[in-house]
Every structure is written in structure tokens, then in C-alpha cells.
Design a protein around this ligand. Structure first.
Ligand code: F6P
Length: 529
């Protein structure tokens, strides 16, 4: 039988089986977990049993995940629609062997750029630079912004700010209060054509000139388009290039991570790379059941494609991972939000889920109501550290951990009508009112979640976590038969925005636009100054 069909029939068979009953069949607490040297991924609180898991592993084998993984690491052109290799892993291949692209070892170039970044970061850290403003969007913003926030206990360099939105509010708010003479502006753009980034970069340049700074000295660029950086007037010694085999959303490991390196220092950045490299090695050598990215992906496929749960909540109980959900939104949704397979034919299954989330415990006081008692099932992915960075606030951390574990337990366990009735009886209610009130306090339970635990959110661990999710996206993409490394779906909006620019400025008519768009333009023109 087709493995997809087999999985679907398993899902139908087990849909009403209580999760807790599974713990009687197996030692799930040790068998439905994956451990690397220092992290533990627990998927025991899902409806996956041994047979289902065996089918999921078969699915990965059938899709050729291992061969494609090896092809990716070896520099094959697995981004077929753009004719490119996918080699963000080379950026953290610190002491690995050569990596060949078109017969050339790319590692000497990678290591030279890393050395140049280190020298520049050290120079900036030793200078009187007080602030760094990274201007970029998408992968040129989310990775460094997420990592910089995540590693704030390790900051000993200048303050870092991130400007992404073309909404002038963001750059205005960011630059206000900064000293143009002691600020470094980093223009981060793989293509150096992105309209938001270039608009913000020009605004920042004008601001610096107006306020006595020197853009020739205080601007740096991170890009694959060196000529364009020169046209913008950036000193070639302050341009850090990378190759087109690094996708935007996979680029934090190289020059795009410069702001992180400036914030935490080259040593800390090396640890970040080494954590990712350790996850790469683990992904390449571990057997499927011991392989964290593989099992994280298979749990994702089970929930999204087989159980048809359309969204995935990422819930870090780690304040400094506040930007992780946004980062993963791009990583997962831009990579796997596709409708055709690599050969151009339509996909047979839903592709990537909607990824969303905020940090715990904040989410508990916002949307957990729906997660616990709503009509839709939302698989939750919890992340939590065993330790915080504030030794004087250990009691906060213990509360944080208790809340995290309580949520996954509550989601699984639920509360029966009988238990709720007893609670109401204890409050003195009887008869119909007791029943009515009890109904509102029933938790259906059996709601799946996974938990990733790690000792401490240090640079090494963050590197492992981010690489873990990158490889998860890869495995899911291979199983779905799609190209996770292009992003054609962002093009149409960009094209239309370009053509709408002069219309919104009132320079061109709305002719040819649909009625709704034309009236919205009219409204804006009528109400703008
Ligand atoms: O939104 C599409 C996209 O191409 C992303 O993939 C990318 O991360 C972002 O734009 C920014 O692109 P660039 O780094 O070229 O400015």
C-alpha cells in the first residue's frame, strides 16, 4: 500500500485514542525523544506510535531524503529552478573538508571572508562606534535580528538596531537619538536591489551626511552584488560578499551575520557557527530515529499533511527567542509554501503549514484559550532552557519552566466532564447549573505538542537550534517533492508595487486597475497632503 495512504488510515484509526494511553504501551519518555550532545527533543506527547513512526521513516526513505541531503552538502544544484547549489552549511564548515561547486573548493573563499569579517568586527568593537544599524529585510534582517536578541547576555560591543520596513516610521524612530558620528550603518542585501532596503539605505546616508557623519567610512555592505555596492559609494574594503548558493533566509551564518558578530564578538560568533556545524554533522550521520531534524520534520509531516492541522505554533519559553517565530515564519513558509513539485506538476498534498507564535508565558494570556478549548487542533512546539542567564532570578526561571511543562501536560491530559462536575459540586453547584458550568470547564485534551529542552541559550546552542530548523525544512521539502530554496511567490507583489508607485503618487492614472484598487488609490490621494 502507498505509504501516504497507510499513514492516513493509521490516523483515522488512532484519531480518538487518548495520548495518555500510549504511555502504557511504551516507555515513551525515553523512546519518543531524540538527544544530541546537549539538547533533548521530546515528541512523546503526540499521537505517533511505533507503527506510525516506522511508516514516517519509510516515507522519508522513499522520498530519498538521505541521498538528497548528501547531494546538498556536496554542493549539487538542488535549487533547480534557480540552477544553484544550496550551501549555507559551507559557511559553518569551520574545520570540515573541501566543498566543491562547479569543480572549485569554496572553502578558502568562505574562510577568507570570515577572517575579513572578524578583522572588521574587531576594528569596530575597538573604535568609538556606539551604535550599529543593520538595514535589510527578510533574510537580511530576521536572522541577525533574531540572533542578536537571543544572545543579548553575550553583548559586549556597540548597540545593534535593525531597520527593515519601508515605512519611514521605523527608520525615523531608529535614527532619532543616535549620533551620526559614532554610528555604523550596515546595508544588508543579497541582491542590493530590494526596494525597502535601498530606500532606507539612501535615507540613512542622507541623515548621516546632514548630521556630520561620513558615509564613506561609516557604511558597510553585505551582498552578492559587489558592483552595486560600489555604485552606492561603499568602500570595497567594507563590503563582505557571498555567493548565490547562500539563500537569503539561510544567510545569517556569513556576512549577513556581521551585526551579530559585532555585538557578541568573533569568538561568540564562532561558537554560533560551531553549534550549527555540530547539528550538520549530527544530521548527516545519525540514524533516522536518532536524528533530531529528521524526527522534527516527520512529526511536522504527521501533523500537517496526515492529520491536516493547518498551523504550527512555535512557543519559546525564552524571552530572548522572541523573534524566533518570525524568523521561522520566513524560513518555513518562504521555503515550503509552494504548490508545484520540482518537475512543475501540482503537489498531491498540502505543503508548508502556517507557522506562528509568541514567547511564553505571554501567549498563555492571549491565545492559549483557543489552543486548549477551541475547535481547531494546533500542534504546539515548546522550547525551553534548563537555565536562565540571571542567577539572581532563578525563581523566575523555575516558574517559566513550570509554566512551559504545565501547558504541554494540560494539552495532553485535558479535564473530563466528570472532573469538571466535581469541581463545580465542590463550589456548591447542583443539578442543571452544575452541569452547565462544568461543560465550560471541560478540556478535551489529546492535543499534541513537542518540547525542545537545552541547558542554556548560549551562542553554540542557538547555532544548533537554528540549524535544526533549517534541516527540518529541508526534510519536509524533500518529502513533499518541492524546491525549498526558491521564492517565486514574492515576485508578483513586488512587480505590482513597482507599477503602483507612480499611481499612488498621483503621477499616473488608475486606468487598467480593478475597481477596488482604483478606489483605494483615490481614497489615499484624496486624504493625503
Ligand atoms: O522577500 C523575498 C526576499 O527575496 C527574501 O527571500 C530575502 O530574504 C529578502 O527578499 C531580502 O532580499 P535581499 O537580501 O536581496 O535584499
Amino acid at each position: 500500500m502507498d505509504i501516504w495512504k497507510s499513514l492516513k488510515s493509521r490516523q483515522n484509526a488512532v484519531a480518538d485514542r487518548p495520548l495518555l494511553a500510549l504511555f502504557e504501551e511504551d516507555d515513551r519518555a525515553s523512546d519518543f525523544v531524540v538527544e544530541t550532545a546537549n539538547m533533548r527533543f521530546d515528541y512523546a506527547k503526540t499521537n505517533i506510535d511505533r507503527d506510525t513512526r516506522a511508516d514516517l521513516v519509510k516515507l522519508a526513505e522513499h522520498a530519498g531524503v538521505a541521498a538528497k541531503r548528501d547531494a546538498m552538502f556536496a554542493g549539487a544544484e538542488i535549487n533547480e529552478t534557480e540552477g544553484r547549489a544550496v550551501l549555507h552549511t559551507a559557511l559553518r564548515n569551520l574545520d570540515g573538508g573541501p566543498v566543491m561547486v562547479d569543480g572549485q573548493d569554496v572553502m578558502p573563499g568562505v574562510l577568507d571572508t570570515l577572517a575579513a569579517m572578524r578583522a572588521f568586527a574587531n576594528k569596530i568593537r575597538a573604535s568609538d562606534t556606539t551604535d550599529v544599524v543593520n538595514i535589510g529585510i527578510g533574510g537580511s534582517d530576521l536572522g541577525p535580528a533574531m540572533a542578536t536578541a537571543a544572545l543579548s547576555p553575550y553583548h559586549d560591543g556597540p548597540r545593534c538596531h535593525f531597520v527593515s520596513n519601508v515605512d519611514g516610521a521605523q527608520i525615523a524612530d531608529t535614527l532619532r537619538g543616535l549620533d551620526a558620528k559614532t554610528t555604523l550603518v550596515i546595508v544588508a542585501s543579497k541582491t542590493f536591489t530590494t526596494i525597502e532596503t535601498m530606500t532606507n539605505a539612501r535615507t540613512a546616508k542622507a541623515w548621516m551626511i546632514d548630521h556630520g557623519g561620513d558615509p564613506k567610512v561609516q557604511f558597510a555592505a553585505l551582498s552578492t552584488a559587489e558592483e552595486k555596492t560600489a555604485d552606492f559609494g561603499i568602500d570595497p574594503d567594507q563590503v563582505f560578499g557571498f555567493e548565490d548558493w547562500v539563500g537569503g533566509r539561510y544567510s545569517v551564518w556569513g556576512p549577513i551575520g556581521l551585526s551579530v558578530m559585532i555585538a557578541i564578538g568573533p569568538k561568540g560568533f564562532d561558537a554560533f557557527l560551531r553549534g550549527a556545524q555540530a547539528m550538520d554533522t549530527h544530521f548527516r550521520v545519525a540514524d533516522p530515529l536518532e536524528n533530531m531534524p529528521m524526527m522534527l520534520a516527520l512529526v511536522g509531516i504527521w501533523h500537517n499533511q496526515i492529520c491536516d492541522y493547518a498551523t504550527r505554533a512555535v512557543l519559546p519559553y525564552d524571552q530572548r527567542l522572541a523573534y524566533l517565530p518570525a524568523y521561522l515564519q520566513q524560513l518555513e513558509m518562504e521555503s515550503n509554501g509552494k504548490s508545484v513539485q520540482i518537475d512543475g506538476t501540482p503537489v498531491d498534498h498540502h505543503t508548508g503549514p502556517v507557522v506562528w507564535g509568541v514567547v511564553g508565558t505571554n501567549g498563555q494570556h492571549a491565545f492559549y484559550q483557543l489552543i486548549h478549548q477551541g475547535t481547531r487542533i494546533i500542534p504546539c512546539e515548546f522550547l525551553v532552557a534548563a537555565n536562565g542567564h540571571e542567577p539572581e532570578l532563578t525563581h523566575h526561571h523555575k516558574l517559566l519552566v513550570a509554566n512551559c511543562l504545565a501547558q504541554s501536560e494540560a494539552l495532553m491530559r485535558g479535564r473530563s466532564f466528570g472532573e469538571a462536575s466535581k469541581m463545580m459540586a465542590a463550589k456548591g453547584l447542583t443539578g442543571a447549573e452544575q452541569e452547565r458550568q462544568a461543560q465550560h470547564r471541560v478540556f478535551p485534551g489529546n492535543r499534541p505538542s513537542t518540547t525542545l529542552v537545552y541547558p542554556l541559550l548560549d551562542p553554540y546552542t542557538l547555532g544548533q537550534i537554528v540549524a535544526l530548523y533549517e534541516h527540518r525544512v529541508f526534510v519536509e521539502g524533500v518529502i513533499l517533492g518541492i524546491n525549498s530554496y526558491d521564492q517565486w511567490g514574492v515576485e508578483l507583489g513586488k512587480e505590482l508595487a513597482t507599477s503602483l508607485g507612480p499611481v499612488v503618487e498621483g503621477v499616473e492614472p488608475t486606468t487598467g486597475k480593478d475597481g477596488s484598487t482604483a478606489s483605494l488609490v483615490d481614497y489615499v490621494l484624496k486624504h493625503s497632503g
